[in-house]
Design a protein around this ligand. Structure first.
Ligand code: ZN
Length: 315
């Protein structure tokens, strides 16, 4: 983390692919992950350890994790809905596992088929398992605070509730919590408030990452608000592929290409080569014919004479 300012975590192979019907061939996934790692993306969420019956698109997650681990320097993240998933993720060698918990209990029941108490039980079991592992085999364990900014089923989600769930997850032994705008309801002021409130309870180092959507066009505005609060990890999806299949109307993670352009132009180091990153799209487009790919930067191209990191600073 020392040579970069902001860690861009690509979630397309998980978040993007889980919400489209087409199944990307395993070899294409590997090519995508390899190309993006080669472009300098430091962390990729490569899949989710859910039953293949539920998400056949991600049935090859164990193989993909094992492959991604062979790429030097790449941090390999995976989503785990429960203890069983965590066991499989650990077996496959994931560096980081994220268990999403919907702060809205109605959404939790719809998404994970579990009440909060049931999810907390899974978290307890996962922490027990992690504690039996040697340090060098122990993945980071993040609790993802889904629907933190509002829920398609319940509407407003009380900020007090978000803080309460965050505190509980840390108490149970998660290494960190992440704020997730599953539904695309977030706005910059709300984001600032929630980051401050949660950090005041759990400590700055326990909340480093945000997962934002661009459902209402506020993805990058929200990102800047988060950065100004000291957030250092931002999730995004190449081509804005995907969204949340359980949150009707919510589509489009923030676009990795636009995010990296913004950070790069602002003079923040991501370690990512923007020209190389833009070329990765071709792999995804070829593997998913007819699938929508988003992004303003890929359409518009880089500004004339764009000279990279910190463009315009001092001129
Ligand atoms: Zn998402």
């Amino acid at each position: 983390m020392s040579s970069i300012d902001i860690l861009v975590s690509e979630v397309g192979p998980r978040d993007g692919l889980q919400s489209i019907k087409a199944i990307m061939p395993t070899e294409a996934k590997k090519a995508w992950i390899k190309a993006e790692a080669d472009a300098g993306v430091p962390e990729i969420e490569v899949g989710s350890f859910v039953p293949p019956k539920l998400l056949p698109q991600l049935a090859d997650t164990a193989e993909i994790v094992e492959y991604a681990r062979s790429i030097p320097g790449l941090a390999v993240a995976a989503l785990v809905p429960n203890f069983k998933g965590a066991e499989n993720a650990i077996k496959a060698g994931a560096h980081k596992i994220t268990l999403p918990l919907s702060v809205s209990e109605t959404h939790s029941q719809a998404n994970l088929k579990k009440t909060h108490e049931q999810v907390y039980d899974e978290v307890r079991k996962i922490v027990e398992l992690l504690n039996t592992l040697p340090t060098d085999q122990r993945p980071d364990f993040e609790g993802g605070l889904s629907t933190a900014f509002g829920c398609t089923l319940e509407g407003e989600v009380p900020e007090k509730k978000v803080v309460e769930v965050a505190v509980k997850l840390i108490e149970l032994g998660c290494d960190e919590v992440g704020l997730s705008d599953t539904t695309g309801y977030a706005n910059p002021a709300q984001l600032r408030r929630l980051i401050k409130l949660i950090r005041a309870e759990v400590g700055n180092e326990k909340l480093q990452g945000v997962h934002l959507h661009n459902t209402r066009g506020l993805g990058l505005a929200n990102t800047v608000a988060a950065l100004e609060e000291g957030i250092t990890t931002v999730d995004s999806s190449l081509g804005g592929l995907g969204g949340c299949p359980f949150a009707p109307g919510a589509s489009g993670n923030i676009v990795t290409e636009d995010l990296v352009f913004m950070l790069d132009a602002m003079g923040l180091k991501t370690g990512i080569d923007l020209d190389k990153l833009l070329l990765v799209r071709d792999i995804v487009i070829a593997a998913l014919p007819g699938e929508d790919m988003y992004g303003f930067t890929p359409d518009a191209g880089l500004p004339k004479g764009y000279a990279g990191n910190g463009w315009g600073i001092g001129s």
